[in-house]
Design a binder for this molecule. Structure first.
Ligand code: NI
Length: 175
Protein backbone atom coordinates (compact mmCIF):
# COMPACT_ATOMS: atom_id res chain seq x y z
CA UNK A 1 0.00 0.00 0.00
CA UNK A 2 1.39 3.34 -1.03
CA UNK A 3 1.37 6.21 1.42
CA UNK A 4 0.33 9.01 -0.91
CA UNK A 5 1.24 11.68 1.64
CA UNK A 6 4.92 10.91 0.93
CA UNK A 7 4.79 11.24 -2.86
CA UNK A 8 7.56 13.28 -4.45
CA UNK A 9 7.84 15.17 -7.73
CA UNK A 10 8.88 12.91 -10.60
CA UNK A 11 11.03 14.08 -13.50
CA UNK A 12 11.53 12.92 -17.04
CA UNK A 13 12.41 10.11 -17.90
CA UNK A 14 10.54 8.41 -15.02
CA UNK A 15 8.40 5.80 -16.86
CA UNK A 16 5.14 6.76 -15.08
CA UNK A 17 5.26 10.11 -16.94
CA UNK A 18 4.95 8.49 -20.34
CA UNK A 19 2.16 6.02 -19.54
CA UNK A 20 -1.56 6.49 -19.98
CA UNK A 21 -2.95 6.86 -16.43
CA UNK A 22 -5.71 4.57 -15.09
CA UNK A 23 -9.22 5.74 -14.13
CA UNK A 24 -9.84 6.42 -10.43
CA UNK A 25 -12.39 4.12 -8.74
CA UNK A 26 -14.33 5.20 -5.64
CA UNK A 27 -13.16 8.42 -3.95
CA UNK A 28 -11.48 6.99 -0.84
CA UNK A 29 -9.42 8.62 1.89
CA UNK A 30 -6.33 7.52 -0.05
CA UNK A 31 -7.50 9.52 -3.06
CA UNK A 32 -8.13 12.56 -0.84
CA UNK A 33 -4.61 12.17 0.62
CA UNK A 34 -3.16 11.97 -2.89
CA UNK A 35 -5.03 15.10 -4.05
CA UNK A 36 -3.80 16.98 -0.99
CA UNK A 37 -0.23 15.90 -1.56
CA UNK A 38 -0.46 16.99 -5.21
CA UNK A 39 -1.72 20.42 -4.11
CA UNK A 40 1.20 20.67 -1.63
CA UNK A 41 3.70 19.82 -4.37
CA UNK A 42 2.10 22.31 -6.78
CA UNK A 43 2.14 25.12 -4.19
CA UNK A 44 5.75 24.32 -3.11
CA UNK A 45 7.01 24.41 -6.68
CA UNK A 46 4.81 27.41 -7.65
CA UNK A 47 3.18 25.46 -10.47
CA UNK A 48 -0.26 26.31 -11.89
CA UNK A 49 -1.14 22.65 -12.25
CA UNK A 50 -0.02 19.20 -11.20
CA UNK A 51 -0.97 15.75 -12.50
CA UNK A 52 -0.82 12.47 -10.53
CA UNK A 53 1.93 10.93 -12.72
CA UNK A 54 4.10 13.87 -11.58
CA UNK A 55 3.65 12.52 -8.05
CA UNK A 56 4.62 9.06 -9.33
CA UNK A 57 1.00 7.83 -9.35
CA UNK A 58 -0.57 6.31 -12.44
CA UNK A 59 -4.10 7.67 -11.85
CA UNK A 60 -6.34 10.10 -13.73
CA UNK A 61 -6.28 13.12 -11.39
CA UNK A 62 -4.93 16.61 -11.81
CA UNK A 63 -5.11 19.78 -9.77
CA UNK A 64 -5.02 23.36 -11.06
CA UNK A 65 -4.55 26.71 -9.29
CA UNK A 66 -3.74 29.64 -11.57
CA UNK A 67 -2.09 31.64 -8.78
CA UNK A 68 -0.40 28.56 -7.24
CA UNK A 69 -2.34 28.96 -3.98
CA UNK A 70 -4.03 26.17 -2.00
CA UNK A 71 -7.19 28.32 -1.64
CA UNK A 72 -7.75 28.40 -5.39
CA UNK A 73 -6.70 24.81 -6.05
CA UNK A 74 -9.35 22.62 -7.64
CA UNK A 75 -9.23 18.84 -8.04
CA UNK A 76 -10.24 17.10 -11.31
CA UNK A 77 -10.74 13.33 -11.12
CA UNK A 78 -11.34 11.20 -14.26
CA UNK A 79 -11.51 14.36 -16.39
CA UNK A 80 -12.82 14.50 -19.94
CA UNK A 81 -11.77 17.38 -22.15
CA UNK A 82 -13.40 18.95 -25.18
CA UNK A 83 -11.27 21.53 -27.00
CA UNK A 84 -12.43 24.28 -29.35
CA UNK A 85 -11.39 27.51 -31.01
CA UNK A 86 -8.20 28.31 -32.89
CA UNK A 87 -4.81 27.12 -31.71
CA UNK A 88 -2.72 29.69 -29.86
CA UNK A 89 1.02 29.32 -29.30
CA UNK A 90 2.54 30.36 -25.98
CA UNK A 91 5.62 29.48 -23.92
CA UNK A 92 5.19 26.64 -21.42
CA UNK A 93 7.34 24.88 -18.91
CA UNK A 94 6.76 21.71 -16.89
CA UNK A 95 7.84 20.83 -13.35
CA UNK A 96 8.83 17.37 -14.61
CA UNK A 97 11.05 18.85 -17.35
CA UNK A 98 13.12 21.41 -15.41
CA UNK A 99 15.08 23.78 -17.64
CA UNK A 100 12.90 23.25 -20.71
CA UNK A 101 10.64 26.05 -21.95
CA UNK A 102 9.06 26.03 -25.36
CA UNK A 103 6.29 27.55 -27.44
CA UNK A 104 3.42 25.06 -27.46
CA UNK A 105 0.24 25.35 -29.53
CA UNK A 106 -2.99 24.81 -27.56
CA UNK A 107 -6.66 25.34 -28.32
CA UNK A 108 -7.96 28.71 -27.16
CA UNK A 109 -10.91 27.18 -25.29
CA UNK A 110 -11.87 23.95 -23.64
CA UNK A 111 -14.51 22.36 -21.50
CA UNK A 112 -13.52 19.95 -18.72
CA UNK A 113 -15.94 17.56 -17.06
CA UNK A 114 -14.55 15.84 -13.96
CA UNK A 115 -15.40 14.40 -10.54
CA UNK A 116 -14.54 16.33 -7.37
CA UNK A 117 -13.43 14.93 -4.00
CA UNK A 118 -17.07 14.66 -2.87
CA UNK A 119 -17.77 12.41 -5.85
CA UNK A 120 -19.82 14.99 -7.77
CA UNK A 121 -19.43 15.35 -11.52
CA UNK A 122 -19.02 18.99 -12.65
CA UNK A 123 -18.18 20.89 -15.85
CA UNK A 124 -16.00 23.98 -16.28
CA UNK A 125 -15.44 26.06 -19.39
CA UNK A 126 -12.11 27.78 -19.80
CA UNK A 127 -10.14 30.04 -22.07
CA UNK A 128 -6.70 31.63 -22.00
CA UNK A 129 -4.23 30.45 -19.37
CA UNK A 130 -6.78 28.18 -17.66
CA UNK A 131 -7.61 26.43 -20.95
CA UNK A 132 -3.87 26.00 -21.53
CA UNK A 133 -3.33 24.59 -18.02
CA UNK A 134 -6.18 22.08 -18.49
CA UNK A 135 -4.74 20.85 -21.80
CA UNK A 136 -1.21 20.60 -20.33
CA UNK A 137 -2.40 18.61 -17.28
CA UNK A 138 -4.75 16.43 -19.32
CA UNK A 139 -1.79 15.57 -21.56
CA UNK A 140 0.06 14.24 -18.49
CA UNK A 141 -2.77 11.73 -17.96
CA UNK A 142 -2.21 10.52 -21.53
CA UNK A 143 1.54 10.19 -20.99
CA UNK A 144 2.24 13.25 -23.14
CA UNK A 145 4.60 16.07 -22.13
CA UNK A 146 5.65 19.37 -23.71
CA UNK A 147 8.76 17.68 -25.14
CA UNK A 148 6.35 15.67 -27.32
CA UNK A 149 4.52 18.78 -28.56
CA UNK A 150 7.49 21.02 -29.34
CA UNK A 151 8.36 22.02 -32.90
CA UNK A 152 11.16 20.08 -34.58
CA UNK A 153 13.74 22.91 -34.14
CA UNK A 154 12.76 23.26 -30.47
CA UNK A 155 13.22 19.50 -30.01
CA UNK A 156 16.71 19.79 -31.45
CA UNK A 157 17.50 22.70 -29.09
CA UNK A 158 16.18 20.71 -26.11
CA UNK A 159 18.17 17.58 -26.94
CA UNK A 160 21.15 18.34 -24.72
CA UNK A 161 18.97 19.19 -21.68
CA UNK A 162 16.88 16.02 -22.16
CA UNK A 163 20.09 14.00 -22.30
CA UNK A 164 21.21 15.63 -19.01
CA UNK A 165 17.92 14.68 -17.36
CA UNK A 166 18.32 11.08 -18.59
CA UNK A 167 21.89 10.96 -17.24
CA UNK A 168 20.76 12.34 -13.86
CA UNK A 169 17.96 9.78 -13.71
CA UNK A 170 20.32 6.92 -14.53
CA UNK A 171 22.83 8.11 -11.93
CA UNK A 172 20.09 8.28 -9.25
CA UNK A 173 18.71 4.85 -10.17
CA UNK A 174 22.19 3.35 -9.95
CA UNK A 175 22.96 4.82 -6.51
NI1 NI B 1 3.71 19.46 -16.76
Amino acid sequence: MTDYSKCQLTRFPMPVLSRRAEPVGPITDDIRTLANRMIDLMVETQGVGFAAPQAGVNLRIFVVSLDSTRENARVYINPEIEVSGPQVTHEEGCLSLPGIYSSIPRYARCKVTATDLEGNRFTEEAEGLLARAFQHEYDHLEGVMIKDRMSRPAKIRARRRLKQLIDEYNAESAS
